[in-house]
Design a binder for this molecule. Sequence first.
Ligand code: SF4
Ligand code: MG
Length: 327
Amino acid sequence: MSALLEARDLVRRYWMRRGAFGRATEVRALDGVSLTLERGRTLGLVGESGCGKSTTGRLVLGLETPDGGQVAFEGTPMPPPGSRAWRAQRARLQMVFQDPLGALDRRLTIGSQVAEPLLIHGRPAGAAEVAALLTEVGLREDHGQRYPHQLSGGQRQRAVLARALATSPDLLVCDEPISALDVSIQAQVMNLLMELQARRGMAMLFISHDLRAVRQVSDRVAVMYLGRIVEEGAPDDVLREPAHPYARALVSALPHPGRRGQRILLSGDPPNPADRPTGCAFHPRCADAVARCRLEAPALRPHADGRLVACHLAHAPAPQFVEMGAA
Ligand code: SF4
Ligand code: MG
């Protein structure tokens, strides 16, 4: 059986002009991203802002069309945006974004917004259906009569979730779903997400720069840098002992009582897709870089314990120790 979702070699580019009369330059927001999501599983996508995580999410949802590569849902290529087939498919793919207030219409009650996807997709949308969805996400029935500004941030994110669940999606794309919430509320929303996923058997693409949250929910995690995946594997492997120098720097910034080693401070400019370095895009900031890194981009290739790594050195044979000075 095919995977629930499969993305192959996704490329997304746009043109950017520097200044009023500057030449337009091509910016590659995504540069060959492939990922597979199995039914009921969670893939975590991590990396600094601007690395292409959200673009990946939008392509997966069919909200944008890739300039190269393909997204397939249950083995069938994503239909063209706006088509009837696309609308039918959209009911099975839902999303939760960072800002619940921006995602909700301030002029409409929570109840009518939760009912909306049901109506669009021709399902029963009575008070009982809406109340069941609100209860499922930990809201009360009377929250349905309120307006977005009358709820707290956490309650609003629950309402967004209730609306996303209305069409019983097979895949939920969560783009930074907790980063706008108070720290005290974040754990509650994380627990709710995991509970809902277990109960409903949905798959999740969980996009976040919060490595702890990603580790908590993901079955697999992919680390992105400048539009590419640089390491992918089981969260316990990748987030405990990353093999890619960039992933190592990301993880080293996390306070972790059991971990040995120092925080790795990245030097050089933060990633800028409009100014992609040659070869391995990470080379200007990489302490391990060798001459080859400036010339040749490393491919994402199998590494130990079922993970994939894109780094020339990760695939180099173990160094040979030669006894020196014996002459
Ligand atoms: Fe560093 Fe080179 Fe590996 Fe890129 S390929 S991460 S520059 S060692
Ligand atoms: Mg983003």
